[in-house]
Ligand binder design. Structure first.
Ligand code: BES
Ligand code: ZN
Ligand code: ZN
Length: 503
């Protein structure tokens, strides 16, 4: 999708579809209160074209509600689409992001290939508004039906965002530029996640990362099994040993000129390209979904793509631990003891708790490479989805300052993460009678926390955030603003978190 930002009056724009936003000014809480609608656009011609239908009361401007008019009088556009933003004064840039996405997903199945969206003239800061609209539109253009032979490419070819004359031009331009970089990087991650296990092996994931790195001008090394042995990554290797597919240790580095010596940010991603569970094999029902067990790794690759283009003045190292978790004559078994790169011994209780094993070595290696602040992202536990459902992803932090930076990042990204504890009282869960720790909890309770406690063993005192995105990385149904399939969650928040250390 090509996007452009113009400062042209909307009535004069000839387009297949012109989308404008509306709010309800009626603050009454009564159920049947008649909406008092306002179009968030200053031009009389547009207001006039929509006046009659808005006066009927059919359209209430509820969030993401749509109303379509053909051949609107006095406008050059072939169609006028009004999109609700809810009650006046309540709408945030995050609502605007979704509403812009709704416009795009409204247009796609109707054969519309180019559209214009009019940024709301009031209520929003120019940069935030442009960023939200651009992100929402690009994210909404993604669909996951890649391999259908009857697939019709319904992508939007061009989007024109119309900004009012009153907007701060530099702010709007920056918002548009940043939004496009970030949303395209989120979609890049989604494309990787969408690929099935036979088409996204650890080796392929490594080459996709290397290709991306070359394009955006950052360093990327992809290592195989030999490097894992050389580094004594016993935990990472134990997961990959059962597969015919070699593991890939992907190391990306972004080091801009003039970046200070510290902090150095370390991004670590779980890249299990397929998780059968290994010898502790998963039930067949729903196992096909385990192709998205590399979503944390893909989020890091996507984030590095955005970081390379946004150019914050901070050094960033990213490590993706890619492997396939398979049962075989060579696979690790429950009861096996593995020695992690840090020297810690691990008793394997369940070979399906493999994500924490690869991350243990990834986190340790990131520290060895000089990371002073760590973040990991992983589809780590089913338990996080039991705890938080499919609305919030989980975030764990061993450091308040790092968490504060993340909270601020969430305000910008609009992604939803809920903090869960990592406290020493939970450590009993991973005590082993034969080794330093075991890879699952003594009980089933608090499974997402147990996994976080396991990772904590490998970060020691380094400020660290752990994102458990298992419940949020795959959307089971379409929403008006985003397609079902890989969500690309965490890319936007990770990028903002990294940028917050460059300020
Ligand atoms: N990849 C899974 C977690 C997962 C579950 C991701 C559902 C996405 C959706 C992970 O490797 C796993 O199998 N975890 C186990 C841990 C258990 C054995 C302690 C789980 O959650 O059941
Ligand atoms: Zn597993
Ligand atoms: Zn897994």
């Amino acid at each position: 999708m090509k996007t452009e930002l113009v400062f042209t009056p909307s009535a004069a724009v000839s387009s297949e579809l012109l989308a404008v936003f509306a709010v309800d000014n009626n603050t009454s809480k009564e159920k049947d209160a008649k909406p008092e609608l306002t179009l968030l656009i200053s031009e009389e011609a547009v207001k006039k074209a929509a006046a009659f239908v808005l006066s009927t009361g059919e359209f209430k401007a509820e969030a993401n509600e749509t109303l379509l008019l053909h051949s609107p009088e006095g406008l050059k556009a072939a169609r006028l689409l009004v999109i609700g933003l809810g009650k006046a004064g309540k709408a945030t840039p995050h609502d605007l992001r979704k509403a812009a996405g709704t416009a795009v997903r409204f247009a796609k199945p109707r054969g519309i290939r180019s559209l214009a969206i009019a940024a709301p003239a009031t209520s929003f800061d120019a940069k935030l508004a442009l960023r939200a609209i651009t992100e929402g539109a690009i994210v909404a253009d993604f669909d996951s039906d890649t391999y259908r032979t009857d697939r019709k490419d319904r992508s939007i070819q061009s989007l024109t965002i119309l900004a009012p004359e009153s907007f701060d031009k530099t702010g709007a331009e920056n918002g548009h530029r940043e939004g496009a970089i970030i949303a395209e990087s989120q979609n890049f991650a989604r494309t990787l996640i969408n690929e099935p296990g036979n088409r996204m092996t650890p080796t392929i994931l490594g080459s996709k990362a290397a290709e991306m790195a070359k394009e955006v001008g950052i360093q990327c090394e992809v290592y195989g099994a030999d490097k894992l042995h050389e580094l004594k990554m016993g935990a990472f290797w134990s997961v990959s040993q059962g597969s015919e597919e070699p593991p890939a240790l992907i190391v990306m580095t972004y080091e801009p000129e003039g970046a200070p010596a510290g902090p150095v940010i370390g991004l670590v991603g779980k890249g299990i390209t397929f998780d059968t569970g290994g010898i502790s094999i998963k039930p067949a029902d729903g196992m096909e979904k385990m192709k998205y067990d590399m979503a944390g790794g893909a989020a890091m690759i996507g984030a590095m793509r955005a970081i390379a283009q946004l150019k914050p003045k901070v050094k960033v190292i990213s490590i993706v631990c890619a492997a396939e978790n398979m049962p075989s004559g060579k696979a690790q078994k429950p009861g096996d003891i593995q020695i992690a790169m840090s020297g810690k011994s691990i008793e394997i209780i369940n070979t399906d708790a493999e994500g924490r094993l690869v991350l243990a070595d990834g986190l340790h290696y990131a520290r060895q490479l000089g990371a002073t602040h760590l973040i990991d992202a992983a589809t780590l536990t089913g338990a996080v989805a039991v705890a938080l459902g499919q609305i919030n992803a989980g975030v764990f932090a061993n450091n308040e300052e790092a968490f504060q930076h993340f909270s601020k990042a969430l305000e910008i990204s609009g992604e939803k993460f809920w903090r869960l504890p990592v406290e020493d009282e939970y450590r009993d869960q991973i005590r082993s009678s034969i080794a330093d720790i075991q890879n699952t909890g003594l009980t089933r309770y608090g499974g997402a926390i147990t996994a976080a406690m396991f990772l904590k063993e490998f970060v020691e005192d380094t400020p660290w955030l752990h994102l458990d995105i298992a419940g949020m990385a795959w959307l089971d149904s379409d929403k008006s603003w985003i397609a079902r399939g890989p969500s690309g969650i965490a890319v936007r928040s990770i990028v903002e978190w990294v940028r917050s250390y460059a300020e």
